[in-house]
Design a protein around this ligand. Structure first.
Ligand code: TYM
Length: 337
């Protein structure tokens, strides 16, 4: 891989996911499944963003388990180590070093405007730490180190990706051309899957209300039960319209997993109640998740094998990252002895 990466290179994509809980249907539809499709066309780098996870307090044993699990999940959804570099962020020290170099070129005002910082500091008022504030510079480092043209993410990460572009532009203009300009790549369907309980908010793996999200490990009964309980409205008509946030969300999910258009879905359920519709959504989601869960169980049965894979991919990632890092260091005036 390292040879092809550095020579005549294909366009690249990079993205990451935090191991801060079990990934949700939102993560899957908004990002993960698109990664699988990209790996045939692009040179892909996908990682478990475990350094990001500790911006919110984590229990160490649980974090470790979730690192294995998230890594295994990336393989279970169909990322192929022969085609993509699937790695763990904390195994590549260049991320934190470049994050510092970028932090010294990031303005307080820019970070203060990040909506995720505002949301998370409101939610964790007793732990508004420096890492939470500086998180977008670490994310910019994650991206810029691998010189990707594309960053496939859900809509909630767009603002962070834009900051990465701003930082790349500033660095390139100030110190000389160093970083490729990355474009956020946001799919139309599934870009913003919402909470089943508060459908104006995004579905999040760290939500305290378990009924608000579908975990990728939920079994069929749980998936169907959660959809049955999903908040809707009193109109009892499956149609996509303003003000029907709950139904709109379920229609978007159903569309994303079945490939049916919103118009086809309206027709399929015309004259039928929400009960029927919710059941159909639950069944199609459970069907999508079942093979992934089976594969995940198999992979989690062999931690030594997972570790061997992590170790190997970290070596490749370090190699690619070190090239960019040493260029950035040199541009800033540091010696690379
Ligand atoms: P994270 O771990 O919150 O989410 C991983 C990916 O899932 C997408 N996503 C969603 N998409 C649609 N609907 C939802 N409800 C939903 N929830 C999450 C996210 O947009 C993301 O694409 N900061 C990132 C991780 C990260 C990263 C990076 C991403 C670290 N470094 C470098 C790209 C490039 C995050 O917290 O994602």
């Amino acid at each position: 891989m390292s040879e092809t990466v550095m020579n005549e290179r294909k366009k690249r994509a990079l993205s990451m996911i935090q191991p801060s809980g079990i990934p949700t249907l939102g993560n899957y539809l908004g990002a993960l499944r698109n990664w699988v499709d990209l790996q045939d066309e692009l040179d892909c780098f996908f990682a478990v963003a475990d350094l990001h996870a500790i911006t919110v307090r984590q229990e160490p044993a649980k974090l470790r388990q979730q690192i294995y699990q998230t890594f295994a999940l990336l393989l279970a959804i169909g990322l192929d180590p022969e085609k993509s570099l699937v790695f763990v962020q904390s195994q590549v020290p260049a991320h934190t070093e470049l994050a510092w170099l970028l932090a010294c070129n990031t303005q307080f005002g820019e970070l203060s405007r990040m909506t995720q910082f505002k949301d998370k500091s409101a939610k964790h008022a007793d732990n508004i730490n420096l890492g939470l504030f500086a998180y977008p510079t670490l994310m910019a480092a994650d991206i810029l180190l691998y010189q990707p043209e594309y960053v496939p993410v859900g809509a909630d990460q767009k603002q962070h990706c834009e900051l990465a572009r701003d930082l790349a532009t500033r660095f390139n203009n100030t110190y000389g051309n160093t970083f490729v300009m990355p474009d956020p790549y946001i799919m139309k369907t599934g870009a913003r899957v919402r909470s089943l309980q508060e459908p104006t908010k995004k579905m999040s793996k760290s939500d305290e209300n378990q009924n608000s999200f579908i975990s990728m490990l939920d079994d069929k009964d749980t998936v169907i039960r959660k959809f049955k309980r999903a908040v809707t409205d009193s109109e009892a008509c499956v149609r996509y319209a303003e003000g029907k946030d709950g139904i709109n969300n379920l229609m978007e999910i159903y569309s994303a997993v079945t490939g049916k258009s919103l118009a086809d879905i309206e027709q399929e359920f015309s004259g039928r109640g929400y009960g029927d519709f919710k059941l159909a959504v639950g069944e199609s989601v459970a069907e999508t998740l079942a093979p992934i869960q089976a594969k995940l169980t198999e992979l989690m049965g062999d931690k030594a094998q997972l570790e061997a894979m992590m170790k190997e991919s970290a070596g490749h990632a370090q190699y690619v990252a070190a090239r960019t890092l040493s260029k950035a260091r040199k541009r800033l005036g540091y010696l690379n002895l």
